[in-house]
Ligand binder design. Structure first.
Ligand code: C2E
Ligand code: MG
Ligand code: MG
Ligand code: MG
Length: 292
């Protein structure tokens, strides 16, 4: 199922398989060169400390507005771009834009010592020779302090070529760039890798967060994932928090970082900066955000 986001195209269930197939092909063709034509942009979603509600960073998320098809969901086009290989060029663009944004924001008063922009990196990007080395080179060129950038990779992204992943992640860690496992628990995971890969964060997928209020099982799963993360010295980010009750529960089980519509939707860069500048958490009731 597609995540429903800000005004994005919602899959229409009456579409026939053939229509879906045709649409996919059209999207796949339109992907090539979309960044060069200026159709792509990044939005930024705040990450906050569940304990203090301080801003600890942002996740950079890709948006695509095609001149005819309109807004297309990353849930649709990212897998197509991964399949076609276009994700390599797109991913380069995402990294470049994220570095430029980090440079622009680095002196802002709301950029704390631990603030970082988290960039999603696809399996095929990580699999490229010298991924880490090239990223570090580019950061040096733009004079981006390493701590301002982190990356998110999925479990499948790590499993495809574990030896290479270990090699790339070790270089990033050495340079002070932290790595999160995205959508944790939704892929074909092997817990063994947690022990051996240099990872600093696990992101609990929205699938485990959305029904926390109604499901004993999901509460138990979220708690277990958090304990597992702590057992391997990782911090925990919960994504897709939409209610105060979800935030309160996640805080009570020791989850460190929160992300979700409850705090803010992903925002264009200027709106994100404005949101951060006006973010005034009520310290007396840390689960209650005050909308700027
Ligand atoms: P993800 O990395 O797990 O990102 C979180 C997704 O959850 C985002 O969807 C975000 O907008 C959405 N989300 C955040 N909070 C909430 C909430 O409270 N409720 C709901 N319903 N959704 C929430 P988005 O932006 O549609 O991206 C979907 C996926 O596409 C991402 O999942 C990521 O896997 C991929 N993606 C997005 N941008 C990039 C990119 O630049 N590169 C790569 N390789 N993948 C990307
Ligand atoms: Mg992510
Ligand atoms: Mg995620
Ligand atoms: Mg997810």
């Amino acid at each position: 199922s597609l995540p429903r986001n800000e005004g994005q195209r919602v899959q229409c269930y009456s579409e026939t398989l053939e229509e879906q197939q045709r649409h996919r092909l059209k999207v796949q063709n339109a992907l090539r060169g979309a960044t060069k034509r200026g159709e792509m942009s990044l939005v930024f979603q705040p990450k906050l400390s569940l304990k203090t509600l301080r801003i600890t960073g942002a996740e950079a998320l890709l948006r695509w507005k095609h001149p005819e098809m309109g807004h297309l969901s990353p849930g649709l086009f990212i897998p197509l771009a991964e399949a076609s290989g276009d994700i390599l060029a797109i991913g380069e663009w995402v990294l470049e834009q994220s570095l430029l944004q980090a440079v622009t924001w680095q002196q802002r008063p709301w950029v704390s010592d631990d603030f970082h922009i988290a960039v999603n990196v696809a399996a095929r990007q990580l699999a490229r020779p010298h991924f880490a080395q090239k990223l570090l080179k580019r950061m040096a060129e733009h004079q981006v302090p390493h701590r301002l950038i982190s990356i998110e990779v999925t479990e499948s992204g790590l499993m495809q070529d574990m030896a290479n992943a270990r090699h790339q992640l070790a270089q990033l860690k050495e340079a002070g760039i932290s790595v999160a496992i995205d959508d944790f628990g939704t892929g074909h995971s092997s817990l063994a890798y947690l022990k051996t890969l240099p990872i600093s964060t696990l992101k609990i997928d929205r699938a485990f967060v959305m029904d926390l209020e109604d499901s004993d099982t999901d509460r138990e799963l979220a708690r277990t994932i958090t304990q597992l993360a702590h057992a391997v010295n990782c911090d925990v980010v919960a994504e897709g928090i939409e209610t105060a009750a979800q935030a309160a529960y996640l805080r009570s089980i020791g989850c460190e970082i929160a992300q979700g519509y409850f705090y803010s939707r992903p925002l264009p860069a200027d709106d994100f900066a404005h949101w951060c500048a006006h973010w005034a958490p009520d310290a007396s009731s840390p689960s209650t955000p005050t909308t700027p």
